[in-house]
Design a protein around this ligand. Structure first.
Ligand code: NAD
Length: 424
């Protein structure tokens, strides 16, 4: 048996974590050796230098990446992250998780992810536009509606997707809305896409609470990260009657045992950009938030925040992973040993975003647009189906819920690769 030549390109803690998850899942389903490395490692990546003229006339060169993990099950799909701590290893890990997520949800997509090393808050609006356009210009030959379709992630949003769609369309010489998803509605974005990830997280939390016979009305919820996903999760869960007792961003946490007024917090954020000084509760640290006594804890910021130490001290009944990769491998072992916390793993929990991105892409390709109710109804059908298959796999093989979700996702990608064979 030949061993893979593994490059050090992606070497990082988060990539190692994604690989360990893969190895554990591959062992659990006895994935044949000859298909393992092909399924595990990213197919290809692109690194780009992005020279941007600053408002003061100087030039700064940023660095960006696009990693396509798998193209065997359809065009690759995955967000673009703008954050100062982006590394190519992180982008590669996120691209792997996109492959398993799309596969678990039964979407005709492979997995990808992109990133630029930049703190977008340090750029003016026009600098951000130039960076977004330049990044798209550089990756344009590498992506496309039938190759790889980007979307928003941490630090990017609808407006940025609009600039990117415009840049790609200009590059092509015609309108091509299907080149990215998460666009403004006026440019072919889908009804319901902005809230899709959070709405999906909230829906699954509601369904799992039903399974546990815990009424969602009155359940207490703590959410780390109050961006697109955290904010929409809070709104949707509050809409179901849950009490949001804590929220946070990178500047502070806010705790209020009587319940936070989510709309007021969102309005504050809109005007002040950060939660610091929000008077809807008392200030706490992000670490204190994770340890709060609550029904549901929702990490919705970055990966690897729930370490072994934090896992041992968690006081929630349900851990709903809205963020990608929030729980480290060793923390996962502790949660399994404890057995008192229901984990809704990331590849299932936050799949609402890519599912509605798929709807957006379909609507763009067909030039036929759906209303919001239709979008959300179809979203919940797919989430229910994915949840049922995870629960079946979990029961059948006595797996943890994460292992059940990962094995389902990985199996389909591996089967597609095996059926397609090697070229030539
Ligand atoms: P966002 O940029 O809109 O929000 C990120 C939030 O996290 C902000 O409130 C930010 O202040 C906070 N944050 C950043 N660093 C933090 C830290 N060190 N401690 C505490 N809070 C911190 O990003 P988003 O789109 O909401 O993405 C959040 C998570 O959800 C990411 O893991 C992303 O990969 C995942 N996700 C996003 C989507 C999507 O559709 N946007 C879909 C699936 C998964």
């Amino acid at each position: 048996m030949s061993k893979a030549i593994v490059s050090s390109l992606y070497d990082s803690d988060v990539f190692k974590m994604a690989c360990r998850q893969f190895d554990q899942a591959a062992d659990a389903i006895s994935l044949p050796e000859e298909i393992r490395d092909r399924t595990k490692y990213p197919r290809r990546c692109l690194a780009v230098a992005l020279p941007i003229k600053r408002d003061d006339g100087t030039v700064t060169v940023f660095e960006g990446y696009r990693v396509q993990h798998n193209l065997s099950t359809g065009p690759a799909k995955g967000g673009i992250r703008f954050h100062q701590d982006v590394t190519i290893g992180e982008v590669a890990a996120l691209s792997m998780w996109m492959s398993w997520k799309c596969s678990l949800a039964g979407l005709p997509y492979g997995g990808a992810k992109g990133g630029v090393i930049v703190d977008p808050r340090q750029l003016s609006e026009s600098e951000l536009e130039r960076l977004s356009r330049r990044y798209m210009q550089e990756i344009a030959p590498f992506i496309g509606p039938h190759v790889d379709v980007p979307a928003p992630d941490v630090g990017t949003n609808e407006k940025i997707m609009g600039w990117m769609m415009d840049t790609y369309s200009n590059h092509l010489g015609r309108n091509e809305p299907a080149c990215v998803t998460g666009k403004p509605i006026s440019l072919g974005g889908s009804q319901g896409r902005r809230e899709a990830t959070g709405a999906g997280v909230a829906y699954l939390v509601k369904r799992y609470l039903e399974d546990l016979n815990i009424p969602v009305a009155g359940a207490t919820v703590a959410i780390q990260g109050f961006g697109n996903v955290g904010g929409e999760t809070a709104l949707a869960l509050a809409g179901y009657g849950a009490k949001i007792i804590a929220i946070s961003d990178y500047t502070t946490g806010i705790h209020n045992a009587r319940g936070i007024d989510v709309k007021k917090a969102l309005a504050f954020l809109q005007s002040q950009k950060v939660l610091r000084d929000f008077d809807g509760g008392e200030a706490i640290t992000n670490e204190q938030l994770l340890g709060l006594d609550c029904t549901v804890l929702v990490p919705a910021a970055l990966e690897r925040v729930i370490t072994a130490e934090i896992a041992a001290g968690l006081r929630c009944r349900v851990l709903a992973e809205a963020a990608n990769g929030p729980t480290t491998f060793s923390a996962d072992k502790i949660l399994e040993q404890r057995g008192d916390i229901e984990v809704i793993p990331d590849v299932l929990c936050n799949a609402g975003g890519v599912i509605v991105s798929y709807f957006e892409w379909l609507q763009n390709l067909q030039n036929f647009y759906w209303d919001r109710d239709e979008v959300l109804q179809k979203l919940f059908v797919i989430l229910d189906r994915a949840k049922s298959s995870v629960e079946y796999q979990k029961r059948k093989f006595k797996f943890s819920r994460r292992l059940a979700a990962l094995t389902l996702g990985i199996q389909r990608v591996a089967e597609a690769k095996q059926s397609r064979g090697l070229f030539p």
